[in-house]
Design a protein around this ligand. Structure first.
Ligand SMILES: *Cc1c(COP(=O)(O)O)cnc(C)c1O
Length: 422
């Protein structure tokens, strides 16, 4: 077992301040139960590729069409990663250069739309992402945006309502995808709606890409014109993104990424994405994806038993949205108390939230990171029990201190992938 302090010798000598902060974050990631559904732990192999000398390279362009010399290894690398992405997601074309999920969506719009064209996506308070047409985002400034939401009672997408809105608004693109929707997307239904109004269909699977490749969520590939995804959420790769599409859109997508919106690709990230894609193609990863959902369902069941109110009544993916209005504690206060107790989550709006986004009624939790540590159903019961204790007494330091100690003890027996204790 390597001690954390014995690693990163050069960094420790050259920059003790940054070294200390990274070291403290490592301990924090080890000793806490991380329930933020967009976070994960990458493997040591992904970390090594990510921290490699490939960060020294410039390689604007694409394999075989670069604007810099000296690309023999980079061309081979990027082609390999493209091929892995195409095989894993079952698509005709893959662009692996987007810097992150938000630029990937901008690039997809740039490729398919003209400025001012209409985007129809899920509204942020109902679970959609900023880049799906929320007012403060480029997607509502450069384009015109209309938003669909969830049914106020069931919290599910009402596909008939979406169809009605599409027929009335005639968007140029229909976007599926969310950051806080605990149920499955019916990609077939949404693509059908898009087809009926001659719109493109974009599936942004950032949160659920890992579930899709594991076979634990329906697959958008047969239905979508374009798929965007981050690589760092359930897919368990480095921070980055990919755009996957049919051959007919390949040229437009590639031109949108470079030269329209980006310069040189982050080759160290491309390499790390490749490593993650190879890991994601294994039986082990399939089992991991299914266990994420099993754990989320188990955790939701335990929370329901303890009187928590869950948006949409539960989950069939990796995340749970808790409506705290019956608990007399708001999302922000609750998330902060849980963090003091070693349980990390984020406050979140719930559908029709009567409170403001900066202090909403809910919290959002998820199981990708704890499942990467090997936690399973027994730990879900324990986590629900701790959450109940903290939420019942968010200001009682004796409770948060005790839970934090118990959390650290549990974490010690679930090694973190990628960290020296693994
Ligand atoms: C996370 C996410 C994004 C944005 O990704 P960043 O890498 O944070 O820019 C876009 N769309 C969805 C649905 C997401 O969940």
């Amino acid at each position: 077992m390597l001690d954390i302090a014995e690693e990163k010798v050069a960094l420790k000598q050259a920059d003790p301040e940054i070294f200390r902060l990274i070291e403290e974050e490592e301990v924090y990631q080890k000793e806490s139960i991380r329930l933020i559904p967009s976070e994960n732990y990458v493997s040591q192999a992904v970390l090594e590729a990510s921290g490699s000398v490939l960060t020294n390279k410039y390689s604007e362009g694409y394999p075989g069409k670069r604007y810099y010399e000296g690309q023999r290894f980079i061309d081979e690398l990027e082609t390999l990663v493209q091929d892995r992405a195409k095989a894993l997601f079952g698509v005709e074309h893959a662009n692996v250069q987007p810097y992150s999920g938000s630029p990937a969506n901008l690039e997809a719009y740039y490729a398919l739309l003209e400025p001012g064209d209409k985007i129809m996506g899920m509204s942020l308070p109902d679970g959609g992402h900023l880049t799906h047409g929320w007012q403060v985002n480029f997607s509502a400034r450069f384009y015109s945006a209309v938003q669909y939401g969830v049914d106020p009672v069931t919290h599910l997408i009402d596909y008939d309502k979406v169809r009605e809105l599409a027929k009335k608004e005639r968007p140029k693109i229909v976007v599926a995808g969310a950051t806080a929707y605990p149920r499955q997307f019916d990609f077939a239904a949404l693509s059908e709606i898009a087809r009926e109004v001659d719109a493109y269909f974009l599936a942004d699977v950032s949160h659920i890409a890992g579930l899709i490749v594991a076979g634990a969520h329906p697959d958008p590939a047969p239905h979508a014109d374009v798929i965007t995804t981050t690589t760092h959420k359930t897919l368990r790769g480095p921070r980055g993104a990919m755009i996957l599409c049919r051959e007919e859109h390949a040229k437009a997508i590639d031109r949108a990424v470079f030269p329209a919106l980006q310069g040189g690709p982050h080759n160290h990230t491309t390499a790390a994405i490749g490593v993650a894609l190879r890991e994601a193609a294994t039986d082990e990863f399939r089992a991991y994806g299914h266990q994420i959902v099993t754990n989320a369902k188990a955790l939701a069941g335990e929370l329901l038993e303890r009187g928590f109110s869950l948006v949409a009544g539960g989950t069939d993916n990796h995340l749970i949205l808790i409506d705290l209005t019956n608990k007399e504690v708001f999302g922000k206060k609750c998330a902060k108390a849980l963090d003091r107790a070693g349980i990390v989550c984020n406050y979140n709006t719930i559908p029709n939230d009567p409170r403001k986004p900066f202090s909403p009624s809910g919290i959002r939790i998820g199981t990708p990171a704890i499942t990467s540590r090997g936690m399973a159903e027994p730990e879900m019961r324990q986590i629900a029990e701790w959450m109940d204790q903290v939420v019942s007494a968010p200001e009682d330091e004796a409770v948060t201190d005790r839970v934090r100690a118990e959390v650290a003890e549990l974490c010690a027996s679930f090694p973190v992938p990628g960290l020296p204790n693994a």
